[in-house]
Design a protein around this ligand. Structure first.
Ligand code: ADP
Ligand code: MG
Length: 598
């Protein structure tokens, strides 16, 4: 019969660590929070190999005495609260007293600290939860914690770590959030010996955003500040019409804590419904403050989620504030020609319904998303399409089993409807062709051909387009520069986080270059685009490019549309668009008879 017994502290800490320390970024988060709680005005974070081999956080905060430092490594040792009731007036990031012992139980943990007024500092070394030594050390006032060999003693955890690049992205994102939360603290972030960003003390949030996200982003924002009883919203939000393809730049803080709050995210998206085209996310760096007793931060072990006592009140306050501000600025501006979009797969954040009890004044009716207006292109792709692209047939493994490409069918052209649907009469019945889908297929295979041959026609821009990026996007772009330039772009690094687009692929409108690249980088960051295997990356790029390259003229004549059919049937997979949608639908006589109940 098993006996019930208390777990040794070391084991208890390792179990707790599983909840608090899910990945390297969680270590950085806890250490940075501690530094901020210690009143630091300067914090330096360094990591290597996505945090796997090293994470170091150094601050100029209040430091700890030897006794306190030893105590801080005990479970539930905290200087921040003394009783549960204190949670209702929480003014610090930490309160559980779990972080340090948890981290120390799953890594090699070295703490050096010196308290103001003391001549000498303390160094404590713990390895995998086992105390190794405590001794005097020399160091400036403040604390330095170095974590190496993370999860070495817990191989099961180590297995769950993603690539270094992914873990690094989480760390960078985490430090950025705290840098935004505390503009007055100077932050430096170093990855593998390279400075990712260094931001001095800033006097305003706008300055900090410019430091981290670039001046371009900062210039797209306007301040917001609304106060109601018990609630305050402040910060910066995107001007009407300014949106992003991902929600990375929708950042919310609740009582200075960066959080992932569905309530606040929904409310922001909802507020922008009349100001942004569908599928775009607002830009927002906003701080929501309320009575600490009205919000529960103790929901998630990593304190990332928060719960409000009154969700509807918070939501309607946010919508009222943001919508009011947007209307002041000129209200509904749904960009007529929406910039190129790479649809985010996670639609979960889109409000499922818009039946939010909207505050007065009643909102303007929600505009139906405006489709990009068909434009007559400068270079008419259709004209080019008439000259059949050389089809070097080079069947790829996955198409070897595909049915042999049908020969051009004998379809009789009947007409074009809505500029997109082409009706044909066939021996078997009717065919309805989706003109856009067909063009995309043709372009896709043509681009693939160009990519394979390494000959992507490019056009030099008369006026290079400047591109300012945040440090993560900048690092990603640097990484992919050769790839993009081999695929028709001409992008050059121009300075820290600055680039110049000097050339674009022939299929691209120069004005689309900047939004296309931004969305492309967003997609890479989300992992929606392969960025390692260039074969796959090329195919994904061709897919995006094909969708962008197709510009339908408003009308098209019989000759042009028949040429399109010929082009389509010369491709390897004429039945589907590159995105897998059908290019045409057939209605045979039997189907027609059935529908007409003959
Ligand atoms: P919590 O932050 O929840 O109190 P931690 O385990 O993160 O718990 O830290 C334990 C204690 O160690 C803190 O309450 C604080 O007193 C002290 N401490 C941790 N990091 C620092 C630091 N960088 N500077 C000064 N004191 C610190
Ligand atoms: Mg803490």
């Amino acid at each position: 019969m098993a006996k019930v017994r208390l777990l040794p502290d070391r084991v208890a800490n390792q179990i707790a660590a599983g909840e608090v320390i899910e990945r390297p970024a969680a270590v950085v988060k806890e250490l940075v929070e501690n530094s901020l709680d210690a009143g630091a005005t300067r914090i330096e974070v360094e990591f290597r190999h996505g945090g796997r081999s090293l994470m170091r956080v150094e601050d100029n905060g209040c430091g700890l005495s030897r006794d306190d430092a030893l105590l801080a490594l005990e479970r539930h040792a905290t200087s921040k609260i003394t009783e549960a009731g204190d949670l209702d007036s929480l003014a610090s990031y930490g309160f559980r007293g779990e972080a340090l012992p948890s981290i120390a139980s799953v890594s090699r943990f070295e703490l050096q600290t010196r308290e103001a007024g003391q001549d000498v500092g303390t160094e404590i070394l713990v390895n995998g939860g086992k105390f190794v030594h405590v001794r005097d050390c020399g160091r400036p006032v403040g604390t330095r914690i170095e974590v190496t060999h993370l999860f070495n003693s817990v191989p099961a955890r180590r297995k769950f770590l993603k690539t270094d690049q992914t873990e690094a992205a989480h760390i960078v994102q985490c430090v950025r959030l705290y840098a935004l939360a505390c503009p007055r603290t100077a932050f430096t972030l170093i990855e593998d010996g390279r400075v990712i960003f260094r931001s001095p003390e800033c006097s305003t949030l706008a300055e900090r955003i410019a430091e981290i996200f670039g001046r371009q982003t900062a210039s797209e924002l306007v301040p917001i500040e609304t106060v109601e009883t018990g609630m305050r919203l402040s910060g910066l939000i995107g001007r009407p019409g300014v949106g992003r393809g991902t929600r990375h730049e929708m950042i919310v803080f609740v009582n200075a804590r960066p959080v992932d709050s569905r309530t606040l995210n929904y409310a922001l998206i909802e507020s922008y419904h009349e100001s942004l085209p569908k599928g775009r996310y607002p830009l927002a760096f906003v701080f929501f403050e309320c009575d600490p007793a009205a919000v529960d931060v103790n929901v998630h072990p990593a304190k990332r989620e928060v719960r409000f006592r009154s969700e509807p009140a918070v939501r309607s306050f946010i919508i009222r504030s943001v919508l009011g501000r947007l209307r002041e600025l000129g209200g509904a501006v749904v960009a007529a020609a929406s910039p190129p979009q790479i649809a985010a797969p996670e639609t979960s954040l889109e409000p499922r319904t818009s039946n939010v009890e909207l505050p007065t004044p009643a909102p303007a009716p929600r505009l139906t998303p405006v489709l990009p207006a068909p434009v007559v292109p400068l270079r008419t792709p259709i004209a080019e399409l008439r000259t059949p692209a050389p089809q070097t047939r080079n069947p790829e493994p996955e198409t070897r089993n595909a049915p042999p490409a049908p020969t051009v069918p004998a379809w009789r052209f009947v007409g074009l409807a809505h500029g997109n649907y082409v009706l044909f009469e066939t021996a078997a019945g009717l065919v309805l062709l989706d003109r856009r889908a067909a063009h995309e297929r043709v372009w896709f295979e043509r681009l693939q051909e160009q990519f394979r041959a390494g000959e992507v026609p490019s056009q030099r821009l008369l006026l290079p387009v400047p591109l300012e990026l945040d440090p993560i996007a900048s690092a990603l772009l640097l990484d992919r520069l050769a790839f993009l330039n081999a695929h028709g772009f001409g992008v050059a690094e121009f300075g820290r986080n600055f680039f110049r687009v000097e050339g674009v692929p022939a299929w691209m409108e120069p004005a689309d270059a900047e939004p296309f690249l931004r969305d492309l980088l967003g997609a890479m960051r989300d992992g929606r685009l392969q960025d390692r295997d260039t074969g796959l990356a090329g195919e994904q790029l061709a897919k995006l490019a094909a969708a962008k390259a197709v510009r339908l003229s408003e009308t098209a004549g019989e000759a042009e549309l028949k040429a399109l059919v010929a082009q389509l049937f010369a491709t390897r997979q004429p039945l589907t668009s590159p995105g897998g949608r059908p290019t045409y639908i057939e209605l045979n006589h039997g189907e027609l008879a059935r529908r007409f109940q003959k």
